[in-house]
Design a protein around this ligand. Structure first.
Ligand code: PMP
Length: 392
């Protein structure tokens, strides 16, 4: 009851919210003033920002902004319809062509978000009678796509290709089989064992899908992602990703053979039944892709710095993930501890988000440090000094 004589239709939600608060699991909806960048103002508080996926510093790059503004002037803001009706603009089309060229694939298709891209792609490619093999640490949008597909889902322990091999051997009865993995894992910051996964896909005749959300623009000689980094690019059937991270824009994509992309455009419900994103998001992403091509030093420097900073944090005695890229997870265990440390960093003017269940399993809470090209040496010094003060 809510104090009146009417029954409370939201009965139980208040109590659950209170329990989450007590357990340190209730999320706070902060609001940022101004643009994304190495420094931000969050809930009115100026902070050095180690919580963004804007790895190459393009979200507020003048060239990217100019491209978006120009597009809005000419094409308006809203796209007004789904892509298969009248929502797909020439700018969307031009970006898909450019993205396919960049990724070295026959075709590309863009979605309103990376989440929608995973949901739509996985559920368009597999259904009842098919099987999916998914790393236990895959992103929530992959997990939800697997569930939606109605296929048999085999979850293998993180990066455990031995166990995956067994699962594949024991379950040959399905029509189509898909191995799906994050390229650069979003929370643990480590890389998928792509050479081994590609070999298993070949051996068992499976499709191989890699979500390059965090690695597009960051890894590989041309910035294509982790598959290029490992020289496995041609052995990946489904290249998934998002424009919302290193490309500093918004929206998701899938790239691959023309037949595959055409199939997804016909069948992915999150594509067919959702309004096309604003053309300006594609205009911005087109400009960002050109910067990725023209300024490889951004990703090279970022990766070099990431290695050095990871090393420095390990030397302070923290338990840091074994990755290679700009995502540095500092494992602290309990959710309350992660939030306490995040608060103490914020008191020092540093935004380092605490990550807790359900984003990570119980007992594996962490501080997630995201490094970006725009961080200055002085900002990194402050990060390291803050962590050093809190190390125990
Ligand atoms: N895949 C991975 C691995 C991600 O980390 C994310 C975003 N956190 C997504 C997909 C979804 O992308 P978007 O934010 O564009 O919806």
């Amino acid at each position: 009851m809510n104090g009146s004589t009417e029954p409370d239709r939201l009965h139980g939600l208040d109590e659950q919210l209170r329990q989450w608060t007590d357990a340190g699991l209730r999320r706070h909806l902060a609001a940022r003033a101004g643009s994304q960048g190495p420094t931000i103002v969050l809930d009115g508080r100026p902070l050095v920002n180690f919580g963004a996926n804007d790895y190459l510093g393009l979200a507020a790059d003048e060239r990217v902004i100019a491209a978006a503004v120009e597009s809005v002037r000419h094409e308006g803001w809203g796209s007004g319809a789904s892509p298969l009706v009248a929502g797909r603009s020439e700018t969307h089309s031009a970006f898909e062509t450019d993205l396919a060229e960049f990724k070295g694939t026959e075709a590309a298709l863009i979605f309103a978000s990376g989440y929608a891209a995973n949901l739509g792609t996985i559920s368009a490619l597999t259904s009842q009678g098919d099987a999916i093999y998914s790393d236990e640490k895959n992103h929530a949008s992959i997990i939800d796509g697997c569930r939606l597909s109605g296929s048999a889902v085999h979850v293998y322990p993180h990066r455990d290709v031995g166990r995956l091999n067994e699962l594949l051997r024991e379950s040959a009865q399905y029509r189509r089989r898909l191995i799906v993995t994050d390229g650069l894992f979003s929370m643990d910051g480590d890389l998928a064992p792509l050479p081994e996964l590609a070999e298993l896909a070949r051996q068992y005749d499976c499709l191989l899908m890699v979500d390059e959300a965090h690695s597009t623009g960051v890894f590989g000689q041309h910035g294509r992602g982790v598959s290029e980094h490992f020289g496995m690019h041609d052995q990946v059937d489904v290249h998934l990703g998002t424009m919302s991270k290193a490309l500093g824009s918004a929206g998701g994509f899938v790239c691959g053979r023309r037949t595959l992309v055409e199939w997804i455009a016909q069948r992915a419900r999150s594509y067919v039944f959702s309004t096309a994103p604003p053309a300006a998001a594609s205009a911005a992403a087109l400009a960002a892709l050109q910067i990725v091509r023209d300024e490889p030093h951004r990703r090279k420097e970022l990766l070099t710095r990431s290695r050095m900073i990871r090393q420095a944090i390990v030397q302070q005695g923290w338990s840091v993930g074994q990755g290679e890229g700009p995502i540095l997870p500092v494992y602290v265990g309990q959710a309350a501890r992660a939030m306490e440390l995040a608060g103490a960093m914020a008191d020092r003017g540093l935004y380092v988000p605490g990550i807790r269940p359900p984003s990570v399993p119980e007992g594996e809470s962490l501080l997630r440090i995201s490094l970006c090209y725009g961080h200055t040496p002085a900002m990194v010094e402050r990060l390291l000094a803050g962590l050093a003060e809190l190390a125990w």
